[in-house]
Every structure is written in C-alpha cells, then in structure tokens.
Ligand binder design. Sequence first.
Ligand SMILES: Cc1cc2nc3c(=O)[nH]c(=O)nc-3n(C[C@H](O)[C@H](O)[C@H](O)COP(=O)(O)OP(=O)(O)OC[C@H]3O[C@@H](n4cnc5c(N)ncnc54)[C@H](O)[C@@H]3O)c2cc1C
Length: 382
Amino acid sequence: MRREFKGGVEELTTIDLPAVLTIQTGINEPRYASLRGIRQAQRKDLDVQTLSDLGVDESAVEGNLALTEMYEPESESDVTVFEGGADDTAGQLADETGGDLHLAIISGPVDDFAEKANRDGVDVIHTVAHSEEFNHDVYTQAIAQLYDKVGPQYVLAPNSVNGLDYAPAVADQLDLPIVTDTVGLETDGETLRANREMYGVKVETSVEIDAASAVVTIRSAEWPIAEGTGDAAIEAFDVEIDEDAIGSSVTGFEEVGGGDVDISEADVLVSIGRGIEEEENLDIVRELVDALDATLSSSRPIVDNGWLPKNRQGGQSGKVVTPDVYIAIGISGAVQHVAGMKGSDTIVAINTDPNAPIMDIADYAIHDDLFDVVPALTEQFQ
Ligand SMILES: Cc1cc2nc3c(=O)[nH]c(=O)nc-3n(C[C@H](O)[C@H](O)[C@H](O)COP(=O)(O)OP(=O)(O)OC[C@H]3O[C@@H](n4cnc5c(N)ncnc54)[C@H](O)[C@@H]3O)c2cc1C
C-alpha cells in the first residue's frame, strides 16, 4: 500500500488482510459509463434496504450530531494567512471550556518533539515512546489509554493523512461521536459547534455535537500558530500495546518524481492549472516563466496528466511553497492546492471565473482568459 504524504513523499506500508482502506479517486483510471450502460442501469430494479433490514437498531444510530446550518461562506479577500497545528486549536478550545490542554506525542523522537511543542497555553505533554514511525494500532491504543487516564472533554487530531487514519478508530474504540475536517470550533462548555467547508468551499456547514465528549479532526492551517515557550509538565506515559493487534507496518518512504528543481526554494513561481487545457499550451506559460526568470510549478491535475513531473506540484500532496510572488494561472484554488501556497507573500490569480476560491486569497486578480493574458504579460516583461 502507498500513502501520499506532503512534499512528494510516499509511505510504503504493509497491512494484514482483511482491512478497510480509503482510497483517492486518482488510484484508478476513471471508467465512463456508455449510453447503453446508462439505459440498462435505468431499467434495473432499485433494491432499497432500510437499517432494520440490515439488522441495525435505528434508535442506536440517531447520534449526537446535528447539522444546524448550511450557508454560502463569506468571501475572505483580505484573509490573514495562518499556519498552525492541532495543539494551537486545542489551546483555544481549552480556554473556552475553561479546561486544561494536554498534548500526546506518540512515536519517533518524542522528547525532541515534546520540547518543540511546549508552547504557551499547553498544560501537560504526554510522551509515548513506542515505534519509530506512525502506526495505526499503536496510535489508537495509546490515545484510548491516555483518554482513560486523562478523561478529556474533546480529543483533537489534525486532519492529515495520519490524523484521518487513527481518529475514526479512536472514536469507534471509545464510542464517541466524530466530526472531521473542521475549519472553526466554538463551545459554550457543553455543546461543541463545528464548521466545515464542503463542495470545494462553495458551502459551509455548522454541526452541533451534543455529547459529553467527542473526537474532532481539524484543518490545522485554519488556526494561528502557537507562540512562546511554555512551561508544560512533560510526562512519559507507560503505554501497554497489544503487539498481536498490530496489523500494519511501514516498510519505507519514497520520494516520487524527483528532479533537479526545488519549487520550495523559488522566489517567483508561475503555477499552471487545468485551465491550460492541453499539454502543448504549456509553451506559452514557459515563455512567461523565462521572461520573469521565474520557476514553473503546477496544480495536481497537470502532474496527474503526466505533463510535468511530481516535483513541480504545489499543495497538500506536493510541495509547500512560500515564494515572494505566486502567479496562479487557470488554477481554481482547491483546499488541497491552497494548503501548499497560501503562505506566498503576493498571490496573483489569472482566472476567467471571478468566484473561483483562489480569488479569496489573491492579492491581485485578473478575471480574464489566460490565453490572452499570459502572452500579453510575457510581452510586457520581455
Ligand atoms: C488527497 C488529495 C490531495 C490533493 N493534493 C493536491 C495538491 O497537492 N495540489 C493540488 O493542486 N491539488 C491537489 N488535489 C486536487 C485538488 O482537489 C484539485 O482537484 C486541484 O487542485 C484542481 O486543480 P486546478 O485548479 O488546476 O483545476 P480546476 O479545479 O479544474 O480549475 C481550473 C481553473 O481554471 C480556470 N480556467 C479555465 N479555463 C481558463 C482560461 N482559459 N483562462 C483562465 N482561467 C481558466 C477555471 O475557471 C478554474 O478555476 C488533491 C486532492 C486530493 C483528494
């Protein structure tokens, strides 16, 4: 199994079968239904199963989550750029609930990590020195045992590749409700209100969690980074891991699509997206890159199409870039892309769609056809 990490690195893992896997859409070649296939499907009977048909007690799945609101998000054109982690959000939540903030540092060089995570507002840091690399079962068991020891109200995890791996298992093991991918949290001490973005940031929803305790995964970049040096107590937690229950192990890491260009080092990036339509059209962008003495980068579909190597991709599963100037051409600004470039000093967006999410973080925008704008810019800079 390969899992995609930040910075163009893939983790290789073996897992015992049977297993439940979540997959990315890019794992397979898409299969498009033929017209004949669609007609045949339409003639088929629909087999509707209720929960009780499946032997599930309907009253047991009512749950403590309620979708309370669904609305169009406000434009944040003068957005402040934040970077942060689950600990920073947890700090804010601890303030609002009047509680303490406990951090769990599991696996790897835990003492070094604990020192780095010891920032203002952290009360206790628990270190779990077990395993070098992330492991689903070690994390799940360690967090469940820490939960029993500490008795926290909320358990926060990052909405990262690993966070999304263990958080649902922790919620299941502790029989807690879970809300994933949150971008905002508020609490009155009893009910937690979580905001989530959906459908490519076109809709925002509020979910109310009416439960004594819950697991929440958060989009770390939505909260400010914690500052200062804290005076948290650092406590080694003596975890009891059931080694027989460990069903997977990391066998290595691989850098994919390496090359001689490191886009994270560039001062000026000209980044191209699906708006370019065809591989041949990249030439007009290369001319602009030359005129600006810039570096060429791209969104993921350009790499998935094989038009540029993986080391040119900016974003969550590509490189995180922070150039002085980032020119996004024909890029919509999907969250996974923005996660990798929102720290750029000045963002210029060239897009025919004035409502594209990239406009929310752009400092300068050109609402026009890239096939007109790019050659005109090249001429100006030559
Ligand atoms: C787990 C996961 C990880 C991912 N990681 C990344 C990542 O690291 N990096 C990344 O980029 N994506 C990543 N993605 C994909 C991401 O969700 C988006 O699908 C992708 O960023 C969209 O790329 P795009 O903006 O180029 O294309 P689109 O979303 O299709 O946008 C194309 C844009 O071009 C504009 N346009 C079209 N024609 C023109 C024209 N003639 N002139 C001007 N503008 C035009 C359109 O208005 C549109 O806004 C990831 C997805 C997943 C699920």
